[in-house]
Design a protein around this ligand. Structure first.
Ligand code: UDP
Length: 370
């Protein structure tokens, strides 16, 4: 069976590493064989947003790389769509596999649907219910045309049920299959935490803080493209860092917006994005996380760290319900207040709300038996 994996953004490399490894395990069993062909859309291309993940996480080198020339949503999605269409014609895959909610996800799924190639969507059913988020549009549309909806949680499957997924048609007489497989990022966290050896650069940065620090990332369009929100978040993080240093591996999109006006404390330690293994080290040793990332909210949970989410809503509703994640949006007073609550927050992370770390194996077994 030939599987065409379409990836292109940082979190997709981490998720795809999990599934590629599960494919290798399956192929060794010889009962089923999956030939994986990987397309890298080029959505993220820097060494520290792309290459480092392939090198560290042992992801097979992409068989195809698209040459993106544009960054606007429409143009980028169009270029990926065109590129993936060309590759589908050449490779003739049995299934196209996409991850998450980026332009690469939607373009890969759209290309497959026009050639009637069944689509498997990992991280199906997540919803922020905010249709102004590009990610929300990408996920809703990708789910609607996918044959396999691999959900990370009960809540995600519930969202699909409520949207009527059981009645959708994704081909003549073909209805989608909803599988709650758990979160592939949990597989990644469990597997790579055993392998994480920090680089000297990260050891030095942690050492600089005396081992007491918060970890923060920020990259969502809703925060970065809105100068008022961006300034407020940086002002809050800067003030908090005077109590406890904040290490912030910063996404290039956010970095391009700096300096936001006002003086940032030098205890807000802004560094380039780091590889996943360094990120795990930073997570394991921090006191808490401040982020607008989807992936990092769960990783904070997996590593037993309370999380303050710099967004107005989250797709990972289990975490706010458990009280280990506080939503503050870009509200200065709420961010400061949430920081004051951190020491009292308990992270009960043995509940298996996102599965037990075998999502990759479940996904490939289902696809292999299709
Ligand atoms: N990450 C990383 N290096 C960094 C920042 C994040 O390896 O400098 C990892 C993080 O641990 C998580 C993933 O990237 O596994 C999250 O990606 P991102 O925040 O870009 O996307 P989202 O999860 O919000 O879709």
């Amino acid at each position: 069976m030939k599987l065409l994996t379409v990836i292109g953004a940082r979190p997709q490399f981490i998720k795809a590493a999990v599934v590629s490894r599960a494919i290798k395990v399956l192929n060794r069993s010889r009962s089923h064989q999956i030939e994986e062909v990987i397309v890298h859309s080029g959505q993220h291309y820097d060494i520290n947003m792309s290459d480092v993940f392939f090198a560290e996480l042992d992801i097979p080198a992409p068989n195809h790389r698209l040459n993106l020339t544009k960054t606007e949503h429409g143009a980028m999605t169009g270029e990926i769509l065109e590129g993936v269409e060309r590759i589908i014609t050449e490779v003739k895959p049995d299934i196209v596999l996409v991850y998450g909610d980026t332009n690469t996800t939607l373009a890969g799924a759209l290309a497959a649907s026009k050639f009637h190639v069944p689509i498997a969507h990992v991280e199906a059913g997540l919803r922020s219910f905010n249709m102004r988020m590009p990610e929300e549009i990408n996920r809703v549309l990708t789910d609607r045309i996918s044959r396999w909806l691999f959900c990370p949680s009960q809540a995600a499957a519930g969202n699909l049920e409520r949207e009527g997924a059981r009645t959708w048609q994704v081909g003549p007489g073909i209805q989608p299959e909803i599988d709650i497989v758990g979160d592939v990022m949990l597989d990644a966290a469990l597997y790579y935490k055993e392998k994480a050896k920090p680089t000297d650069a990260v050891k030095k940065i942690i050492g600089h803080t005396g081992g007491q620090y918060y970890l923060s990332t920020l990259h969502r369009a809703e925060n970065v493209n809105d100068l008022a929100r961006l300034k407020t978040i940086f002002r809050a993080l800067s003030d908090i860092s005077r109590k406890r240093p904040v290490i912030m591996p910063l996404h290039p999109r956010t970095r391009n917006m700096l300096p936001v006006d006002g003086s940032l404390s030098d205890t807000l330690i802004i560094i380039d994005p780091v590889g996943y293994l360094d990120m795990i080290t930073l997570l394991a040793n921090c006191q808490s996380v401040f982020t607008d990332s989807g992936g990092l909210q769960k990783e904070a949970y997996y590593f037993g760290k309370p999380c303050i989410t710099l967004r107005d809503e989250t797709e990972w509703v289990e975490l706010t319900a458990l009280g280990c994640n506080i939503l503050t949006g870009a509200n200065y007073a709420k961010i400061i207040d949430a920081e004051n609550q951190l020491t009292a927050m308990k992270v009960e992370n043995t509940l298996l709300i996102y599965g037990n770390g075998d999502a990759g194996g479940k996904i490939v077994n289902i696809l292999a038996r299709r």
